[in-house]
Design a protein around this ligand. Structure first.
Ligand SMILES: Cc1cc2nc3c(=O)[nH]c(=O)nc-3n(C[C@H](O)[C@H](O)[C@H](O)COP(=O)(O)OP(=O)(O)OC[C@H]3O[C@@H](n4cnc5c(N)ncnc54)[C@H](O)[C@@H]3O)c2cc1C
Length: 396
């Protein structure tokens, strides 16, 4: 199936053909429609899959995992339009970006804007090769939506920084090599007393404790910093400029959360199998059918909006509109997960073992995990507040 071939970049037809041919030659067919997410956090899953290893090596060598980054940072130095073409062609063959990570989605673009050259050269090539994994140390027990209330202390010790405090909900912290963290460098000011620090997770004094989620996975942790020494050069931007940098990084995060995923299994064939068909060959439940159509229409409308916004964006980067998109996408994916579980009936509540198939167990876990979509990256209500204030200009 070839979808989304009309793009912002129809003018570069030669590049599209080149990308199509290269992907056809290098993307392992065994990985088609396998959720790329499987490999993002888990080193064990990635290491155990030879197809994934080949795919990652091919994309890393080509620089197409971060196509718009300069080659000295591990990218391919392509235009935004060419980067989009690669994404579209990947989607069309059920492929995924093998190095998509917190590094590529959040820290990389932020370092490109705010990092100094030494920091870029030190970190970006390792993000581009997926050798250095990152986690995001923002949230704290008393600082989620009100992130600027964070209290993790960072003291200037002259030749280094000293960090003490606790983070929470830190995705992948137990597998991460490094953490980009917000720390407090001035207690007399709220937003103006925060700094942005890069912390090596192997430093003495760091402990990451996994938290078990409702979906059964343990993809995030509590992280404790006990007098952790951090080199002076790991501060990004100026001291106390962290809030500005964090806001930009959160835009990149929401933008990536609202990106259209390639790994969406079509619902209709599953509905045919589980619910059956009527005399006309339609799904044998008018109500379910109507809700599936509504979800599919919302999805199509969403895709069209994403494409329009991308075409309109002059610099190609994310704007406040990503908060609106993030909420829309969360709603579509949550509704879709509900539909999937509903059509599977009792089989859609499988947890482990027989008599459930892999797909049925995955549906249960995905449904439970979908609840988190409207929380992480900024909660639903807070994103609506951002849309109201910054996009619609409503009074605060
Ligand atoms: C699966 C998952 C992964 C995550 N990964 C990370 C990570 O890697 N790194 C990281 O730093 N954080 C991570 N988070 C944390 C996430 O960013 C926070 O959970 C989120 O910002 C909400 O903060 P909170 O949980 O403290 O909720 P609260 O801020 O306590 O919010 C509770 C409720 O009150 C509402 N509310 C709060 N303030 C307002 C307001 N002003 N107006 C209207 N309603 C409001 C919220 O919308 C929500 O419904 C993750 C969370 C989840 C669920």
């Amino acid at each position: 199936m070839r979808a989304m071939v009309e793009s912002a970049a129809i003018e570069d037809q030669d590049f599209r053909l080149e990308a199509r041919a290269w992907l056809a030659a290098h993307f392992p067919p065994a990985l088609a429609n396998v959720p790329g997410l499987l490999f993002q956090g888990s080193r064990a899953a990635a290491d155990a899959n030879p197809d994934y290893q080949l795919w990652r090596a091919a994309m890393t060598g080509k620089g197409w995992g971060v196509p718009n980054w300069a080659s000295r940072y591990g990218g391919a130095g392509l235009t935004m339009a060419q980067g989009k073409i690669i994404g579209e062609e990947l989607t069309a063959i059920g492929g995924f970006n093998p190095i998509r990570s917190y590094g590529t989605m959040m820290l990389g673009p932020t370092l490109l804007e705010y990092g100094n050259e030494a920091q870029k050269l030190e970190h970006l090539p390792f993000i581009a090769s997926h050798e250095r994994r990152w986690c995001q140390g923002f949230s704290e027990p008393g600082a989620g939506s009100d992130l600027a209330s964070l209290t993790t202390r960072c003291t200037d010790m002259g030749d280094h920084w000293l960090v003490s405090g606790q983070k929470i909900w830190t995705s992948g912290a137990d597998e991460a090599d490094w953490c980009f963290a917000l720390v407090r460098t001035d207690t007399s000011r709220k937003h103006g007393g925060i700094s942005f620090l890069l912390i090596d997770m192997a430093s003495e004094g760091i402990e990451a404790r996994p938290i078990v989620l409702i979906s059964g996975s343990t993809h995030f942790c509590e992280v404790f910093f006990n007098d952790v020494k951090v080199p002076k050069g790991n501060l990004v931007g100026e001291v106390n400029q962290g809030w500005t940098i964090a806001k930009r990084l959160l835009q990149f995060e929401r933008n990536s959360l609202s990106e259209v995923k390639a790994d969406i299994t079509p619902l209709a064939p599953l509905a045919h199998d589980y619910v059956g068909t009527d005399a006309l060959g339609r799904i044998d439940s008018p109500d379910l059918r109507a809700r599936m159509v509504r979800n599919a229409m919302r999805h199509e409308a969403y895709l069209a909006t994403v494409r329009r916004i991308a075409q309109e964006a002059k610099n190609g980067g994310p704007s406040n509109g990503v908060s609106t998109l993030k909420n829309l996408w969360s709603g579509i994916i949550q509704e879709r997960s509900e539909l999937l579980v509903e059509m599977m009936g009792a089989n859609g509540l499988g947890w482990a073992g027989e008599p459930y198939s892999d797909a049925e167990r995955e549906a249960t876990h995905a449904w439970l995990h979908s609840k988190a979509f409207s929380i992480y990256g900024g909660s639903y209500e807070v994103q609506n507040n951002i849309t109201a204030k910054h996009t619609l200009g409503l009074p605060g």
